[in-house]
Design a protein around this ligand. Structure first.
Ligand code: GLN
Length: 447
């Protein structure tokens, strides 16, 4: 039925960069055989799913939506992919994204533009726009995305689905093609909160192949779904409800918080005073790390190489000029500048100091509150083409999501209503490090 659905709607949505329905059907037969032989599959196991195209899939192209990796077929599976395959999940294919996960609309993909299933003249958000749109359009039971500054939560919000960025270190990044290594984290897109908990159960946990993955016991995330918020303390930081946040978005989020109050939670306005500096710090840190991570695309080891060149330097130049799109080049230039001697202290080091202040801001807030609730995105889905020529405007799409990555915290976005155009609005629940359970518990009360 999922393949049938893809045949019906994919031409309008363009969520997939790679799709192998024949292979998927073969695997489905295998799953049928397993079930017939009495095997019990894990919750949500054995279902057709999709993976963002920046996670390595053995034998399946992994392009990062870039010309640079257009023909790259990884020789191994990312840890998350391996975990899902081990429980017989069927990987239908790879999902569109902004090139190297840089963007907020999936328009920087070198290959196609994914449309928002609620209104195909609008963007699905980004950078995991394909992963969000595929779940919203029923083209997969669940999908995986990655979130460096909002790339799971913002598209989840714009497409009206649940998306979670877990705590940094909760999920292995082995086989996730790096954008900004200190911020990147993999997470699920699902139709509801229960599914989100089940997918977390499937993918979380320590991995010796990722030195930043946390060594700790994994909880059963599903047991957090207890439908009771009595006594929970919610902080509502006013900086997330100020200028630039759409009035309809604000109202929907506040209404949801009021609803939690009627269910026995307590809320209070608070302040995270360094919030205004988060976006600047993020774009410096993320670009600095990207400029270093993307140094490996030199036309030698793998990926694209320019056809004609004079010498080695010329080969590097042409390969990188032709292989990368303009947003990626902008980040590499910004990052290289911020890291160069003479500017390092003024930009990169300063940004790291701001990072510490933001992290401490959150720490203090979590001495008082169990979760913080804020909007996910300042606006609902915008029109295709509306922001792509104005990087500053595009970057502002992330103003509510980047602080969470800077502090390495977990956060979930879920639908909380519609605007007057009928487009979904998302609210964001932010939790303490490694306290995904309280976030899920709060989210579950809305189901
Ligand atoms: N939109 C943000 C950026 O362009 C975040 C991207 C992401 O989370 N991968 O950097």
């Amino acid at each position: 039925s999922v393949i049938k659905r893809i045949e019906d709607v994919e031409k309008d949505i363009d969520a997939y960069l790679y799709l192998d329905t024949e292979q998927a059907l073969k695997q489905a037969d295998e799953v049928d055989r397993l079930i017939a032989s009495g095997k019990e599959l894990e919750p949500l196991g054995g279902l057709p799913i999709g993976i963002k195209d920046n996670m390595c899939t053995k034998g399946m192209t992994t392009t990062c939506a870039s010309r640079m990796l257009a023909n790259f077929v990884p020789p191994y599976d990312a840890t998350v992919v391996k975990k899902l395959k081990d429980r017989h999940d069927i990987i239908l294919g790879k999902l569109n994204m902004d090139e190297f996960a840089m963007g907020s609309s999936t328009e920087t993909s070198a290959f196609k533009k994914t449309k928002n299933p609620w209104d195909i003249s609008r963007v699905p958000g980004g950078s995991s726009g394909g992963s969000a749109a595929a779940v919203a359009a029923d083209e997969a039971f669940f999908t995986l995305g990655s979130d460096t500054g909002g790339s799971i939560r913002q598209p989840a919000s714009l497409c009206g689905v649940v998306g979670m960025k877990p705590t940094y270190g909760a999920i292995s990044r082995y086989g996730l093609i790096a954008f900004a290594s200190s911020l990147d984290q993999i997470g699920p897109f699902t139709k509801d909160v229960t599914d989100c908990a089940m997918v977390l159960n499937a993918i979380a946990g320590h991995d010796a192949n990722d030195s930043t993955s946390a060594v700790r016991e994994c909880p059963d995330y599903k047991s957090a779904l207890i439908d009771d918020v009595k006594g929970l303390k919610i902080g509502v930081p006013r900086e997330y409800f100020g200028q630039g946040i759409n009035e309809e978005v604000k109202k929907a989020v506040i209404d949801a918080i009021e609803l939690l109050k009627t269910l026995g939670a307590d809320y209070e306005e608070t302040s995270l005073k360094y919030t205004d500096y988060a976006l600047s710090a993020y774009y410096l840190i993320a670009s600095a790390e990207a400029s270093s991570n993307l140094g490996r695309y030199d036309g030698v080891k793998y990926g694209y190489r320019a056809a004609n060149y004079e010498d080695m330097i010329d080969m590097y130049k042409k390969t990188r000029s032709e292989g990368f799109g303009s947003e990626v080049k902008r980040r590499i230039m910004l990052g290289t500048y911020a890291l160069s001697s003479g500017y390092y202290d003024a930009y990169y080091l300063k940004a790291l100091k701001v990072r510490t202040l933001i992290t401490e801001d959150f720490k203090k807030a979590f001495e008082k509150y169990d979760v913080l609730i804020v909007p996910t995105s300042p606006t609902t889905a915008f029109k295709i083409g509306e922001r792509i020529d104005n990087p500053m405007e595009m970057y502002l799409s992330d103003v509510c999501t980047v602080p969470v990555n800077i502090a390495g915290l977990p956060a979930l976005s879920m639908p909380c209503g519609f605007d007057s155009r009928g487009l979904p609005i998302g609210l964001q629940i932010i939790g303490k490090a490694f306290d995904e359970e309280t976030i899920l518990r709060v989210a579950y009360t809305f189901e």
